[in-house]
Write a protein that binds this ligand. Structure first.
Ligand SMILES: O=C(O)CCC(=O)C(=O)O
Ligand SMILES: [Fe+2]
Length: 259
């Protein structure tokens, strides 16, 4: 009875709590467990903030207590990434022929964010062959929001991006720089002028790899549609259905974990 009770509590808290530490294999991409561990953080969602839409994301982040300044440093990091991302989005708005603040107010005037601090175990050797197994650290996916700032360990090439010809090409770390991914919401807004590129991670190196991925998103409850200016530039037809960002995020998060 006690065991069942414990199992039930775990099932309950896992279902509603996507925040905090997840061990290797707990994150799932398209049904296959990923070979990484992570600390997942999301902008805090207070009780009742977005009605039923926000319920699965309600809660506070769970930070390690050691080192003591971890939470403070990561919150500063999030603030800096948010400012940088807003600036990049202003550049993109201008490049698309819009006003500098095209993506603010009802789109991302109050941006949601996600932070994942990810660790990929070193490659294991396939039995007897002396070659690393191609363990998938993170399966092929697109990111969900506007932009991602990927801060990867120097010296390990593990992130791969699929190009237009369908080939996987490496995105090696360039010291002192971020890789910037485009997310699904920017693809919709730009009517495909910006593509949310498929990417995956394979750590074939003998070293544990750390990546801090910051995701800059729209307002949680934003209803995203292709912008008129972008529709005109791409032949006059909307190429994508609209989406509510929060609904898109929740549908992804709920399929990303084993319950
Ligand atoms: O580890 C990386 O380089 C990228 C991770 C990633 O794509 C993600 O968390 O969405
Ligand atoms: Fe990603």
């Amino acid at each position: 009875m006690l065991e069942l009770f414990v199992v039930l509590i775990q099932a309950h808290s896992k279902f509603f709590d996507c925040r905090g530490y997840q061990h290797v294999g707990e994150n799932i991409t398209k049904g296959i467990p990923d070979r990484h561990e992570a600390i997942d953080c999301y902008r805090e969602v207070n009780h009742g903030m977005y009605g039923a839409l926000g319920e699965p994301m309600q809660g506070s982040n769970v930070w390690p207590s050691n080192p003591g300044n971890f939470k403070k440093l990561m919150e500063e990091y999030v603030n800096l990434c948010t400012d940088l991302s807003r600036k990049i989005m202003r550049g993109i708005a201008l490049a698309l022929g819009g006003s500098e603040v095209e993506f603010e107010e009802s789109i991302a005037g109050d941006p949601f964010w996600v932070l994942r601090i990810i660790g990929y175990p070193a490659a294991t050797l396939a039995n007897g062959e002396g070659m690393p197994k191609n363990d998938i650290g993170c399966g092929a996916h697109t990111d969900y929001g506007l932009l991602t700032l990927v801060n990867q360990d120097d010296g390990i090439t593990a992130l791969q991006v699929r190009n237009k010809s369908g080939e996987w090409i490496s995105a090696p770390p360039i010291p002192g720089s971020f890789v910037c991914n485009i997310g699904d919401m920017l693809k919709i807004l730009s009517n495909g002028i910006y593509e949310s590129t498929l990417h995956r991670v394979i750590n074939n190196s003998p070293t544990y790899r750390v990546c801090v991925a910051y995701f800059y998103e729209t307002n949680f409850d934003a209803a995203i549609e292709p912008l008129d200016a972008c529709v005109q530039q791409t032949g006059g037809m909307k190429r994508f259905e609209g989406a509510v960002y929060g609904k898109h995020l929740v549908s992804k998060v709920l399929t990303n974990f084993i319950y």
